[in-house]
Design a protein around this ligand. Structure first.
Ligand SMILES: NC(=O)c1ccc[n+]([C@@H]2O[C@H](COP(=O)([O-])OP(=O)(O)OC[C@H]3O[C@@H](n4cnc5c(N)ncnc54)[C@H](O)[C@@H]3O)[C@@H](O)[C@H]2O)c1
Ligand SMILES: [Zn+2]
Ligand SMILES: [Zn+2]
Length: 379
């Protein structure tokens, strides 16, 4: 029996309140409206951004909400006006979109779509400012336009990347946020040259995606910085050649430690922690004259970046990026192809897998700093 045009009842993991375990509930998912797509999610994984908005300590959030933005699935049905994808297509949902028409989408340099760029406050669909999820008629809110912790979800078509149907969805789900973000931050934004030195702050999946980018760009030294020594063992598999734990240097700023290791600073650095002090260190550890630092971590809502202007005058460059500057619909399919061609290694990022009923384990693992990505199987 077809579900097209009908409300689907399915399971979703609902965050009812900040910091409380998600509860698997039966939710109603309304059909997709104009320019919307309803997707059957098959695999989803947890990114640290979900945890921030679930904890709601350093970020404002709304509840009840269905979190989740790193996932893979199959299109179930499409709304009016959708021609880009059709039922049965294999897709990756993306937290930042690409309308294709705005000045940003038309610029080769930007992925900050005016209509669909990341918006952590929006909890409803753009079309009618309503949620497509409800429980007994009461709305449950969306997150990042994706809400992938549900068996079915509705997205704007601009946030849906159609990918090679041969790509294994249990693996490429992790390309829908973290790994592509880190990879693109290095390849598209930091752009290290062959033989250069790269510092990566934060060795979670995003940071190790950045390290993969450094490996692919031919960097000769990749210095991993993390407060969690357990990360160093894992990072060796990602071509990280040296490690710095800021805790091992008493009060010496880590930028000074790195400057000493590298005769004045690294050529490039990529920050993937979300910690403001790490962001400042990541900038101040690049070499004067040519160094480029890229911020990726999502900061505390009240964080302020403070550095002496001379650091800029001395010809250091500071940049930031969402989703590694990839345009989700145009560029993400080619990142999947990098995996299919065995250029990019993705399997090693997946350290845990749990069934949907045990989704809270993925949160526990991330809070303990264990593993990289925990993939949640919906079926
Ligand atoms: N800009 C984007 O488009 C984008 C996309 C995805 C994720 N993010 C952000 O990237 C960051 C990393 O995400 P993740 O899923 O890899 O998280 P994660 O928790 O798996 O990894 C973060 C790592 O940073 C380390 N860390 C924390 N504070 C540190 C400090 N002061 N110095 C050194 N290391 C420190 C942690 O020990 C951990 O290993 C998060 O802030 C996340 O919100 C940004
Ligand atoms: Zn993410
Ligand atoms: Zn646009």
């Amino acid at each position: 029996m077809t579900t097209v045009g009908k409300v689907i009842k399915c399971k979703a993991a609902v965050a009812w309140e900040a910091g409380k375990p998600l509860v698997i509930e039966e939710v109603e998912v309304a059909p997709p409206q104009k320019m919307e797509v309803r997707i059957k999610i098959l695999f989803t994984s947890l990114c640290h951004t979900d945890v921030y908005f679930w904890e709601a300590k350093a970020q404002d959030s709304v509840f009840p909400r269905i979190l989740g933005h790193e996932a893979s699935g199959v299109v179930e049905s499409v709304g009016e006006g959708v021609t880009e994808v059709a039922a049965g297509d294999h897709v990756l949902p993306v937290f930042t979109g690409e309308c294709g028409d705005c000045a940003h989408c038309k610029s080769a340099e930007s992925n900050m779509c005016s209509l669909l760029r990341i918006n952590t406050e929006r909890a409803v669909m753009i079309n009618d400012q309503k949620s497509r999820f409800s429980i007994k008629g009461k709305p449950v809110y969306h997150f990042l336009g994706t809400s992938t912790f549900s068996e079915y979800t509705v997205l704007h078509v601009g946030c849906v990347a159609k990918i090679n149907p041969l790509a294994p969805l249990d693996k490429v789900c992790v390309l829908s946020c973290g790994i592509s973000t880190g990879l693109g931050a290095t390849l598209n934004v930091a752009k290290p040259f062959k033989g250069s030195s790269v510092a990566v702050f934060g060795l979670g999946a995003v940071g190790l995606g950045a390290a993969e980018g450094a490996r692919l760009a031919g960097a000769s030294r990749v210095i991993g910085v993390d407060l969690n020594p357990a990360r160093f063992e894992e990072a060796k598999k990602f071509g990280v050649t040296e490690f710095v734990n800021p805790k091992d240097y008493n009060n010496k700023p880590v930028q000074e430690v790195i400057a000493e290791m590298t005769d004045g600073g690294v050529d490039r650095s990529v920050e993937c922690t979300g910690n403001i002090n790490a962001m400042i260190s990541a900038f101040e550890c690049v070499h004067d004259g040519w160094g480029v630092a890229v911020l990726v971590g999502v900061p505390h809502k009240e964080a302020v970046f403070k550095t002496h202007p001379l650091n800029f005058l001395n010809e250091r460059t500071l940049k930031g990026t969402f989703f590694g500057n990839y345009k989700p619909r145009s560029d993400l399919p080619s990142v999947v192809e990098m995996y299919m061609n065995k250029e990019l290694e993705v399997d090693k990022f997946i350290t845990h897998t749990v069934p949907f009923a045990e989704i809270n384990k993925a949160f526990e693992l991330m809070l303990k700093g264990e593993g990289l990505r925990c993939v949640i199987r919906m079926e």
